[in-house]
Design a protein around this ligand. Structure first.
Ligand code: UGA
Length: 431
């Protein structure tokens, strides 16, 4: 049965959620506070790069609109989905002010049956919102936690074919309503209490981050012992109990989710009187992994002052334009601090207009970026980097060093192309 749905927040999660609910046949209004964004969306322009999203939005234009007006969005809705961001505060806790602003905008929502929070919030937030709704005369509005597990770059496919749909509710009717809205989505519903649903999201992201940090520490160990991390983790991940995913060593994890969520879980644990020691190490390992990349280059040259380094790939991973918490930001800042000149290439990145990026130059192809550079560093695993004519790149460079921070290329082939080739957890090869 088609429902009237209001989605608050037109970020990566809100836009995908709104578009996919429209695709499922619901009437959807997406509300955001940024006038330019809303105007662009109403004109058919999608302000973020997410494969397939523009098509879904265009295909469902008749069932999907965008507004700045919170009251109007809430007034017509049977169900409100909260998809606003919850950035860390100065203390590392999640900033819930945008979530509360949505809850407070619901007073005139006469048709509202349920409020569903997709934003990642600390365990216990639902109970507080439930108490608030009861206090302001919205006791009849159900509450559900419905965390989102889509990954950027394949969010539309993840939304339509999820591993699970987690629904935590205080009452069965709300849980059933949220499940019904997902009819047509190809994944099992896992219904549970609100506290558990809230904890699933932070835990899933923290465990994925743990796997990567573990792989990165194994890579560092491999560098000391001479083993090859790709072979080691390939064989380790073949054990179905461990799983092959998220064992890829590199320059560390980034993005809008892992750094924020691992910190939020750490702070939640500390605030609850339990120090989550394993998670502290996972975060620390990730911080060090980015610096280690620069340190290895520094060792290679005996100092980076006066050197020119080309960064190839800047986004926190491939297939996104997102620069939030990208390892490249720390790497660029460290290179500049060491006295290097930084040249960059990325096919999609929306570069922030502040340091370190304002102190670097951006070039339109990898070949242009490496011209005259003493070293090149692959920071993001953009597939097009596999197809760079590396011999030509080497000839255009002033020095022979290539640091592959994502183990994208073949060490032997790079040595044959004339490089001193460093990668993560694998032996360095020489021409
Ligand atoms: C992550 C989760 O994968 C999603 O399930 C979750 O819904 C989302 O956060 C969120 O909380 O909204 P995302 O941040 O889009 O998704 O990115 P991932 O694909 O998980 O990658 C995160 C980081 O880990 C990237 O920097 C990536 O390069 C790095 N990574 C990933 C590795 O270094 N090694 C790997 O093996 C996998």
């Amino acid at each position: 049965m088609p429902r009237s749905i209001a989605v608050f927040g037109a970020g990566y999660i809100g836009l995908v959620t709104g578009a996919c609910f429209a695709e499922l046949g619901h009437q959807v209004v997406v509300r955001d506070v940024v006038p330019d964004k809303v105007a662009a969306l109403n004109a058919g322009d999608v302000p973020i790069y997410e494969p397939g999203l523009s098509d879904v939005i265009a295909r469902n234009a008749g069932r999907l609109r965008f507004t700045l007006d919170a009251g109007e969005a809430a007034a017509g809705a049977e169900v409100v989905f909260v998809c606003v961001d919850t950035p860390p505060t100065a203390s590392g806790d999640a900033d819930l002010s945008r979530v509360w602003a949505v809850v407070e905008a619901l007073r005139g929502a006469v048709h509202l049956k349920a409020l569903v929070v997709k934003s990642t919030v600390p365990t216990g937030t639902g109970a507080k919102i439930r108490a608030y709704l009861d206090r302001v005369g919205l006791g009849h509005v159900g509450y559900a936690s419905n965390p989102e597990f889509t990954a950027e770059g394949r969010a539309v496919a993840d939304f339509m074919h999820p591993d699970r749909i987690v629904i935590g509710a205080f009452d069965e009717a709300s849980a059933a309503l949220v499940a019904e809205i997902h009819e047509g989505v190809d994944g099992p519903v896992m219904a549970m209490d609100v506290l558990s649903a809230e904890t699933v999201k932070l835990t899933a992201n923290a465990l994925l981050a743990t796997k990567i940090s573990f792989a990165n520490e194994v890579a560092n160990l491999c560098e000391a012992t001479g083993a090859d991390v790709e072979r080691v983790m390939g064989a380790v991940g073949a054990d179905h109990r461990l799983g092959a995913h998220f064992l890829k060593a590199g320059v560390g994890w980034g993005g809008s989710c892992f750094p924020k969520d691992s910190l939020a879980l750490k702070q939640l644990a500390a605030n609850s009187g339990y120090p989550f020691q394993l998670l502290n190490a996972v975060i620390e390992v990730n911080d060090l992994q980015r610096r280690r990349a620069v340190n290895r280059l520094k060792e290679q040259f005996g100092g980076l002052s006066g050197k020119t380094v080309a960064l190839l790939g800047l986004t926190f991973k491939a297939n996104t334009d997102d620069m939030r918490e990208a390892p490249s930001t720390v790497i660029a800042a460290r290179l500049l601090a060491e006295g290097a000149t930084v040249r960059c290439w990325d096919p999609m990145a929306r570069l922030p207009q502040h340091e370190p990026w304002t102190l670097t130059t951006r070039h339109s192809t990898p070949l242009e970026a490496v011209a005259g550079a003493d070293a090149a560093m692959i920071v993001t695993e953009w597939p097009q980097l596999r197809d760079v004519p590396w011999e030509q790149a080497k000839a255009a460079m002033a020095g022979p060093v290539l640091f592959d921070g994502r183990n994208l290329l073949d060490p032997q082939a790079m040595a044959e192309a004339g490089f001193t080739y460093l990668s993560v957890g694998r032996a360095t090869t020489q021409p």
